[in-house]
Ligand binder design. Sequence first.
Ligand code: PMP
Length: 286
Amino acid sequence: SIAYLNGQLLPIEEAKVPALDRGFLFGDGVYEVIPVYAGRLFRFKQHIARLENSLQGIRLPMEQTLQDWANICHQLIEQNSLNNASIYLQITRGAYPERNHDFPANPSPTIFAMITALPEVQAVPSDRDLQGISVITAEDIRWQRCDIKAITLLANCMLKQQALECGANDTILVRGGVAFEATSSNLFIVRDGVIITPPLSEHLLPGITRDFLLWLAEQHGILTEQRLIPEHELLQADEIWLTSSTKEIRPVTRLNDVTIGNGTAGPVWRQMYDHYQQLKVQLYRG
Ligand code: PMP
């Protein structure tokens, strides 16, 4: 596929970054993952607003405008002729002659972007969706700024791998007995028809899908609540979901080997799934 690196479009195999790049040496960078439906960027303003917050969070000011970021994305969509895709956009603080922790006075950031195909709109949920996934819970060993979408994902990888080694699909992260999110998605539970998700804080990423689902639920008169979710409450939930731009809404049907609900995707999930897909179909119709 064709990727973008520092102003150039080139085959991804040819996209090379110096070994002295601070992204490589320190994990000093941030990123975004932006879905594309019907060839159009979905919730683009929100994604770029979060990118700007992440950049501000690591004190790496950039002068690019919304239009500049959109141009990069549109070039990738066109060059790769993809209608349904996700764009990965990463900015690191760049490469310098020496390995030095101090931030460079005049940074020259590295901007990299690539695109990956996503499945078409699925009006009917797949068997895999209906069956749901299996998760474990584990203590969140990440840092205290999980609201920054940093490329430094070693703890997330370790926590995900821990799930795989337990025969599960993902890990819900717990701090001091409270569940915040999963390794690459936000957490929702449903109790008595109310959709509940933890409030924004430095312990979780402000998910664009999280925000979108809260809005979508409101549009359809479904009650939502933003409050802390104690780990023990997970087992009392009628439904558990994990959400992200690429996974959309993923039902969780097993938690630490205990069945959630009746062991398949629940009715509120089904409702929200339909609303989500309908909205995507509308995008295709223009
Ligand atoms: N939390 C974490 C830790 C994530 O990595 C992601 C996905 N990048 C999310 C939540 C979901 O965010 P979004 O809905 O914006 O994809």
